[in-house]
Design a protein around this ligand. Structure first.
Ligand SMILES: Cc1cc2nc3c(=O)[nH]c(=O)nc-3n(C[C@H](O)[C@H](O)[C@H](O)COP(=O)(O)OP(=O)(O)OC[C@H]3O[C@@H](n4cnc5c(N)ncnc54)[C@H](O)[C@@H]3O)c2cc1C
Length: 380
């Protein structure tokens, strides 16, 4: 109803890939916390990285709604893998919008996963409050010298390039930060150990440290001191991606719960015949659909070039909360089995939790929604 023929075709391709390639290995990837290079290589061949990159820059040039349906399908397969797709999308959106011709030459390597990327904002004292970052870049001849460190960075243990937010003017607050494209194999870059996480365990997360790292002049992305604004401006799209991924997690939970309720018997009946179980399934289905529609609405606003900040925050907040609540319901439908490692719903519940935390916590999404309401009115 909302998707055109091309969007349906791309969705069906991503769904088939998730069913045939991702889902069968999701449990082992979670158990082994393994970076699945072979799956990313396949995805790159199918054009599933850099979905919004225009054709003249080597991408398929799809719109945000297409990106969202792909993220849902990959998230339904295994959200760690969708997360990689989201990360490449964020970085390529930055490069398409702000990169020079020379910088954009990196895109083919990012889209083919020949080079892995990291999006580096968070520091020990600067999480939600990005204005607290203390990583600095100071001019050094024609280039720059980078000092500081980042934590909890997706891909940090494996990445080749980091898009690093650093302070370039100590007095100017959010207007004193810039983004640098950092070669993570350069002298002075060190990596912390891989973090062991509750969920999305195939995603490699860790710290990056920069000790007097020399950056060439071309490393500055976009305008000096506009980095905060640039990073935040791509987060609207990022939030739609995370919201779609969360819908995918919820959908996988619903499918597993419906199958189980139709086969598990107690008191001589399928548990699906008990109203208590039916209500769990019904609540899951209605909230997943509501979240999906919020995702579509936000994506379509972005595609029409409308102000989509509130819509993107509503989608991210609702879908993230939904995924946690409704995968908990899926565990409930499974009873004790749902609490045991090896059952998909147990992993989905763990995987869902991060959707309330990264890409701006859900408290922050609520603050954004309220701020937009007060600024633009209740019908905005
Ligand atoms: C698995 C994982 C992957 C990540 N990937 C990346 C990445 O690739 N790149 C990157 O830069 N970062 C990444 N992060 C970091 C993530 O973005 C931060 O964890 C997140 O922004 C929250 O910051 P914090 O953890 O420091 O929490 P804090 O900011 O310390 O917040 C703690 C609590 O206080 C609440 N809070 C804070 N301020 C307010 C306020 N004003 N009003 C109401 N409540 C508030 C928060 O909502 C939260 O509940 C990742 C984190 C994880 C766990």
């Amino acid at each position: 109803m909302f998707l055109n023929a091309t969007q349906e075709q791309v969705r069906d391709m991503a769904r088939a890939f998730a069913d045939e390639v991702i889902r069968p290995v999701a449990e082992s990837l979670d158990r082994d916390e393994r970076f699945p290079s072979e799956i990313y290589d396949e995805m790159a061949k199918l054009g599933l990285f850099g979905i919004g990159v225009p054709e003249n820059l080597g991408g398929p040039g799809f719109d945000t709604l297409t990106y969202a349906v792909v993220m849902e399908e990959l998230g339904r397969g295994y959200s760690s893998i969708a997360d990689q797709c989201g990360l490449v999308e964020l970085i390529s959106t930055l490069l398409v919008r702000h990169g020079t011709e020379e910088q954009q030459k990196l895109l083919p390597d990012f889209l083919s996963m020949k080079a892995k990327v990291a999006y580096c904002i968070t520091e020990p004292e600067a999480g939600t409050d990005v204005s607290g970052i203390i990583t600095t870049a100071v001019r050094d001849g024609a280039g720059w010298r980078l000092n500081g460190g980042k934590i909890w960075i997706h891909n940090a243990p494996v990445a080749d390039y980091g898009f690093v937010l650093a302070r370039t003017n100590k007095e100017a607050g959010n207007r004193g930060m810039s983004i640098f494209i950092v070669d993570l194999h350069a002298e002075g870059v060190t990596r912390g150990p891989k973090e062991h996480k509750m969920g999305q365990r195939a995603s490699q997360v860790g710290a990056l440290n920069f000790a007097d790292v020399r950056l060439p002049s071309w490393a500055l992305l976009g305008e000096e001191n506009r980095g905060f604004h640039m990073m935040m401006s791509v987060l609207d799209k990022g939030r739609v991606g995370i919201a779609a991924l969360a819908v995918g997690i919820g959908q996988a939970g619903l499918e597993a719960a419906v199958d189980y309720a139709g086969t598990r018997k107690q008191f001589g009946k399928q548990i699906a015949e008990f109203q208590g179980v039916q209500w769990l399934l019904a609540d899951m289905a209605k909230d997943i659909e509501a979240a999906r529609l919020l995702v579509y609405s936000a994506a379509m606003k972005l595609d029409r070039g409308e102000d989509a900040t509130k819509a993107c925050s509503m989608a991210k907040c609702f879908a993230g909360d939904m995924a946690v609540q409704r995968t908990s319901d899926a565990v409930q439908v499974f009873g004790g089995s749902g609490y045991i490692r090896g059952f998909e719903v147990e992993r989905l519940y763990r995987d869902a939790k991060i959707c309330q935390i990264y890409e701006g916590t859900n408290q922050i999404q609520r603050m954004i929604i309220a701020r937009e309401l007060m600024k633009k009115g209740a019908r905005s």
